[in-house]
Design a protein around this ligand. Structure first.
Ligand SMILES: Cc1cc2nc3c(=O)[nH]c(=O)nc-3n(C[C@H](O)[C@H](O)[C@H](O)COP(=O)(O)OP(=O)(O)OC[C@H]3O[C@@H](n4cnc5c(N)ncnc54)[C@H](O)[C@@H]3O)c2cc1C
Length: 313
């Protein structure tokens, strides 16, 4: 019986969340005395590097049809059954969240999403989950033989103390996907929001899309990704891929700079786990100041040029 990790990738590269998931799996593997097997369903050829993060072996399975939730989960579940998975780990990303319930049904397993702790094995198998948009925690005991965990990105340290591991090719005949993808609009040339250590985010206080050059300049200067509040993406000022919050992406960067964002609970739900929050708002009563580590009360249109000038110098 093994701990099996889905090695998520994008653009022919493993994602940072995959390294977190394998490092996390290694911790569980040590607690349960089980080996960690990573499953790479992509065209990435060099997967041995996953050994550095704690995988004992990588199973490569090429999927020429690309990712679709139904066929990829069928392939992944079949591999999990073949190798006798006892714990299956995915990242709580869009991809992982689309796989986890399907895998749990196929394996007749217990499922926990949004997992933010290593399991407590002292009385069964208990994990801590974030619930109600991160406003509360639930401790969930998983009592089926097989457990599927979707772990929250940026919640676990990456541990790269190992070395390259063995790889093996496997093939699985999956049914044709029932999902057809007509187009993929990719954000190019930018730091992916979910992977970013630094994020510069802005809201309706920026007045209009024509003022976003300041947000982008500040982000470029410090090597940050850009994000926005929901109304900003709803109005088409910024792409939906930048929308953070309860109905958008959940992020946990080291630094989150919020400019002209009020700090509504739905927004905070996606960003409040950031390590350091800086809020810039002209309203001293803005709710964001209650959650921020540092606050600057003032007009963004005066503060941003000064900040950019100072950083350039
Ligand atoms: C079911 C539901 C789900 C939702 N999900 C999300 C979500 O996922 N993400 C999200 O963001 N929202 C979400 N919302 C919306 C949320 O409730 C807020 O309406 C939204 O976050 C407000 O966006 P904002 O802060 O950009 O705009 P506003 O509320 O209009 O705030 C603008 C802020 O900018 C400040 N400001 C104005 N001018 C300046 C200036 N010149 N300089 C500095 N500061 C200035 C103002 O003082 C104000 O605080 C959701 C709402 C619901 C009901």
């Amino acid at each position: 019986m093994s701990i099996v990790v889905f090695a998520e990738s994008s653009e022919n590269q493993f994602k940072k969340s995959t390294f977190e998931a394998i490092s996390y799996a290694k911790e569980i593997g040590t607690l349960m005395s089980k080996e960690v097997v990573a499953v790479n369903i992509s065209s990435i050829a060099n997967s041995a590097e996953l050994g550095k993060y704690g995988a004992s072996k990588v199973l490569n399975c090429s999927n020429t049809d690309g990712f679709t939730a139904d066929s990829t989960s069928e392939i992944f579940a079949s591999i999990c059954k073949q190798i006798g998975a006892s714990v299956v780990i995915v990242s709580n990303s869009y991809v992982g969240k689309s796989l986890a319930p399907r895998i749990a049904v196929s394996l007749n397993a217990s499922l926990a999403t949004n997992v933010i702790s290593v399991p407590d094995l002292s009385n069964g198998f208990t994990v801590k989950r974030g619930v109600f948009s991160g406003k509360a925690f639930a401790f969930v005991n998983l009592n089926r033989d097989i457990k599927v965990l979707a772990i929250t990105p940026n919640s676990f340290e990456i541990n790269a103390n190992g070395s390259d591991c063995a790889t093996e090719s496997v093939s699985v005949n999956a049914s044709p996907s029932k999902i057809s993808i007509n187009a993929i609009n990719k954000v190019t040339g930018k730091i992916p929001l979910t992977e970013a250590e630094l994020v510069v985010s802005a809201g309706r206080g920026m007045k209009g899309p024509e003022n976003w050059h300041m947000i982008e300049e500040l982000a470029d200067l410090i090597g940050a990704a850009t994000a926005c509040s929901k109304p900003v993406s709803d109005m088409g000022w910024r792409p939906h891929s930048e929308h953070v919050g309860q109905t958008g992406i959940t992020i946990k960067p080291n630094l989150y700079i919020a400019i002209g964002i009020s700090g509504a609970i739905q927004h905070l739900a996606g960003v409040s786990s950031s390590k350091t929050i800086v809020a810039i708002n002209k309203d001293p009563e803005a709710p964001f100041f209650k959650s921020a580590d540092y606050g600057i009360v003032g007009d963004a249109f005066e503060i941003l040029p000064k900040l950019i000038h100072a950083l350039k110098n």
